[in-house]
Design a protein around this ligand. Structure first.
Ligand SMILES: Nc1ncnc2c1ncn2[C@@H]1O[C@H](COP(=O)(O)OP(=O)(O)OP(=O)(O)O)[C@@H](O)[C@H]1O
Length: 732
């Protein structure tokens, strides 16, 4: 097949997608009789003059019939994009192509895709040359002990193309993708976007779909995408336009059927895996990125769903975007959808070029499948150094074996390392022969002025207030299940009823009864400090990944998020204590005046928000539920013991502890509300208010309230500072 696999076709007229094709080199051999049926690949390189567009194409199609030759390839064309299908100048002799109907489907999909009312995308030509990345080896003392994850990777992808990064697990695909996205810094080599290095302005133009992308499990697909649109799309669009964009993307990605279904999580079902991947892609597509990077968008999906996703990516690319995706084990049909391919093995490049040429490249060095094999399987095998069921290149044989060994013996003896080394060397020779500059000669795209022009206007998608209100609404929706969570409600109800029964109609007129009631008030202080604190501890560690992801794409300000998060939690945090107190109050017979009840309620609210602040701070400081809860239990113990109920006479050097204990302040406030300022002067304490408790002043001085308010605010400021630090750690 060598030498004849390209045809030069010129398009002279492309009205209504009808094209006239003039063939300069009419023979393109697709399949020779007796060959295994090969599944299709295509690639194209566009050359544009003022009058005509021409492509040199390499194109193989699925063929059910045994056809020796086909004269030409081509072309469904619209003004900006090309979509290849197979035609023959003499349609009467056109063989039945398995892929024809599929091409028609894609054409119509492409057509609808292009109707997207998005602003034109800035085309990005991504070029990377000699990209090397290494990490220090842990435990090695010498500064030079590094593990090379990528060695000198070179490649190029144009707008309109899909570049696949393929290779075995651990080959370095994700690392390369991260480098291309600007998330991590390369050690040597260059990565350019329209011949410019990475800059902050590009952040808005690059969409990155992570391998295990995260989404809020309790939001529906529509809610997820609408909130993302409201927060991420530029301020120049109205709220209505942003919502319309979300709706449009939902329909374009075929998510209408599941738009009202929740995303789902570990313990409850939501949308399917394929739908989830599409939601993640939709999340990035919303922004109309110029460069879309995807890490394993098809992993865990069945072959039909995976094919749908890759077709969609191809259509996205055809609408003017540059798409780079990692892929594990594509089927041959799926493989045929890629324009370019980089085959990585142990961090080295084994092939870069048109996906359709990959098999030819390896066969040109004498390495072809000996049995029927999916091209992707063949390539992954090679990248793993597995030469079984493949012809062994003579150079490889000569290099590693004496001339008189039999072939079978040789197969047995060839190690994966030998094969890998040979392929790396062979590719380096090819690169040297072709010259890297030729291999990665980019199309000239004069995008610099446009790149600069929009960079400053894309800072925040919404004003601070809008961000706050959107995040507040999203928080309410995401946690609506918690508001009606049976576990929490049962916990509070049952504790209240048990307490009410234990202190049933308690009487504070006797010293013993008074002591019992003080115990009840102390328990209320403890419960409404620890319950909200423990709930708050989980907030940031649980949302850490989501927060880091959303902040890394500049979705909102941290202050807007923090305030929205705190306020959207308040309804539940205030309703539950209210219900609790009503039950306890009625059953336990506490001071039955409206003022006493209202003040008790306010005190408990204050305790809840202060304790919540501490919980948030601990969570933000550790960002790890286990560490945070260990720390919290120590604080709780200290706070409870120094609360003033168990011990009155604390050693002087430990007396300060009580002032940072909110149990202490809450307890004292409750005592003051219920027993303070009864009559006369307290002889023992010298206070103007007579206290029924020995040595305890119960006159109002505002100290407890002041301290609790200071804690409420102070802890939140601390939490903010810790979250800011997390931002520095996780986001470039
Ligand atoms: N920060 C790091 N420190 C140490 N090793 C790392 C680091 N990042 C990546 N690696 C190693 O580099 C290699 C390539 O990792 P990478 O995640 O890029 O592979 P991959 O091809 O994407 O694999 P998979 O297909 O399984 O996701 C792996 O061996 C990985 O353990």
């Amino acid at each position: 097949m060598e030498g004849k696999q390209y045809s030069e076709c010129q398009i002279q007229n492309f009205e209504d997608s009808k094209v006239a094709v003039t063939e300069k080199d009419p023979i393109m051999r697709i399949k020779q009789p007796g060959d295994e049926i090969q599944e299709g690949m295509h690639g194209c390189e566009e050359k544009t003059t003022s009058e005509t567009k021409s492509w040199s194409t390499g194109f193989l199609v699925n063929m059910e019939s045994t056809v020796a030759e086909i004269d030409c390839v081509s072309i469904g064309v619209s003004s900006n994009d090309i979509d290849l299908s197979v035609l023959h100048p003499d349609s009467s002799s056109l063989p039945i192509m398995a892929s024809l109907s599929e091409a028609d489907d894609e054409e119509s999909e492409l057509h609808t895709w292009k109707k997207l009312g998005f602003e034109p995308t800035l085309p990005i030509c991504l070029k990377f040359e000699d990209v090397t990345y290494k990490v220090p080896v842990k435990g090695e003392k010498t500064p030079d002990a590094n593990k090379y994850i990528l060695h000198g990777i070179t490649g190029l992808v144009h707008p309109g193309e899909v570049l696949a990064l393929m290779g075995p697990s651990g080959g370095g695909k994700t690392t390369l993708l991260n480098l291309l996205s600007g998330r991590i810094k390369l050690d040597s080599g260059t990565i350019t976007y329209n011949n410019q290095p990475y800059s902050k302005s590009l952040k808005w133009r690059i969409g990155f779909v992570l391998q295990d992308d995260v989404a809020f499990p309790h939001l529906t697909v529509k809610e997820t995408l609408t909130y993302a649109a409201l927060l991420r799309l530029p301020n120049t669009l109205t709220m209505q336009q942003k919502k319309e964009r979300a709706t449009y993307v939902i329909s374009e990605l075929g998510l209408e059927r599941c738009q009202n279904t929740v995303i789902g999580g570990t313990f409850f079902r939501g949308i399917s895996g394929g739908e989830r991947k599409r939601v993640c892609i939709a999340n990035e597509i919303l922004l109309n990125p110029s460069l879309l990077l995807l890490d394993e968008p098809t992993s865990g999906l069945d072959s039909t769903t995976a094919l749908q996703i890759v077709k969609m990516l191809r259509n996205i690319a055809r609408s003017g975007k540059t798409v780079v995706t990692t892929i594990h084990q594509p089927s041959s049909r799926l493989f045929s959808k890629f324009d370019k391919l980089i085959l990585l093995g142990k961090g080295s490049s084994l092939y870069f070029g048109k996906a359709s040429d990959a098999m030819l490249y390896f066969s040109s060095m004498g390495c072809s499948p000996l049995i029927a094999m999916n091209p992707a399987e063949f390539l992954i095998d090679l990248a793993n150094g597995n030469i079984k069921d493949k012809s062994v290149p003579s150079d490889l044989e000569d290099k590693f074996f004496p001339r008189n060994n039999s072939l079978d013996m040789k197969h047995g003896e060839l190690s994966q390392v030998d094969v890998h080394e040979y392929l790396v060397e062979a590719y380096a020779v090819k690169e040297a022969k072709l010259g890297k500059t030729k291999l990665i000669k980019p199309l000239l795209i004069d995008a610099e002025p446009r790149m600069k022009a929009r960079s400053s206007t894309m800072e925040w998608g919404a004003t601070w207030w809008d961000q706050f209100s959107i995040l507040f609404r999203r928080g309410l929706k995401e946690r609506r299940h918690e508001y009606f969570s049976c576990i929490r409600i049962t916990q509070v109800f049952s504790t209240a009823i048990v307490m009410g029964l234990l202190w049933w109609r308690s009487d504070a007129s006797s010293p013993k009864g008074l002591q019992d009631q003080a115990g009840l008030l102390f328990f209320i202080s403890v419960f409404w400090a620890f319950f909200p604190m423990f709930t708050a501890i989980f907030t940031f560690p649980q949302e850490r990944v989501m927060l880091a992801k959303e902040r890394s794409v500049g979705m909102y300000r941290l202050s807007a998020y923090l305030l929205a998060r705190m306020t959207s939690d308040l309804p539940l945090d205030l309703i539950l204590p209210l219900v609790f107190l009503v039950i306890v109050y009625l059953m336990a017979g506490l001071k039955s005046t409206f003022t006493a009840f209202s003040l008790t309620m306010l005190t408990v609210f204050l305790s809840v928000v202060a304790a919540q602040g501490l919980g948030l701070t601990i969570g933000a400081a550790f960002m790890d539920v286990k560490k945070a809860s260990t720390m919290a239990s120590v604080i709780i113990m200290t706070s409870m013991l120094s609360g003033g109920f168990f011990i009155q006479k604390v050693p002087v050097f430990m007396s300060w502890v009580r002032y940072i204990s909110f149990t202490y302040h809450t307890y004292r406030l409750l005592l003051k509300i219920h027993y303070g300022c009864s009559t006369g002067l307290d002889a023992e304490s010298g206070s103007s208010c007579k206290s029924p408790f020995k040595g305890l002043r119960l006159d109002w001085d505002g100290m407890e309230v002041g301290t609790m308010v200071a804690m409420t605010v102070g802890y939140r400021i601390l939490a903010y500072a810790f979250l800011r630090r997390m931002k520095l750690m996780t986001i470039n």
